[in-house]
Design a protein around this ligand. Structure first.
Ligand code: THU
Length: 164
């Protein structure tokens, strides 16, 4: 038996003012897009802004449905928009934030496993790391340099990929 360890390093910021200008703008775009969240069931708004290496920014927010599992998280709304409209785009970074009137969010909300798996696939496809920023409005911010830090054991089976 071998006991192995995986170490991840991530950055922690006390607030948005500590971020670089680019990251700050991305967080602000994620916050602005919260207003497009369609979340009448959970009343929990999630917004994301994804910066491509071309400089373009793609937005996404969670979109719920009365048939609950038919809804989709903000991250996947934006990522699949990129896949469908800019299939050759390379993602540089993404910022994610959340808001609800039901309670105060005091720590950054991190992405669900399903979204991490989709992020992992984009990162693998583009063969370049995606920076992920979790932005707590008015609070702490976490930044990881790669999706690998968030989901080191993502599902990968190269023999299932045809390359398209
Ligand atoms: N949600 C996201 O948009 N992203 C995540 O990573 C986790 C959860 C949404 C789904 C649902 O609309 C609401 O948050 C409550 O779960």
């Amino acid at each position: 038996m071998n006991l192995l360890n995986i170490n991840i390093s991530f950055e922690e910021y006390a607030g948005i003012a500590e971020l670089s200008e680019n990251d700050r703008q991305l967080c602000e775009r994620a916050e602005q897009t919260l207003s497009n969240s369609y979340s009448p069931y959970s009343k929990f708004k999630v917004g994301t802004a994804i910066r491509l290496t071309s400089g373009e920014t793609i937005l996404g927010s969670n979109q719920e449905n009365l048939a609950y599992p038919s809804g989709l998280c903000a991250e996947r709304v934006a990522l699949f928009t990129i896949g469908a409209t800019y299939p050759n785009a390379v993602i540089k970074s993404m910022a994610i934030t959340a808001q609800t009137d039901a309670f105060e969010i005091l720590k950054p909300i991190t992405s669900c496993g399903g979204c991490l798996q989709v992020m992992a696939e984009f990162e693998r496809k583009q063969n370049a790391p995606i920076e992920v920023i979790f932005y707590c409005l008015g609070g702490e911010i976490l930044k990881v340099p790669s999706v690998k830090s968030l989901l080191p054991f993502s599902f990968v089976e190269d023999r299932l990929s045809s390359g398209n």
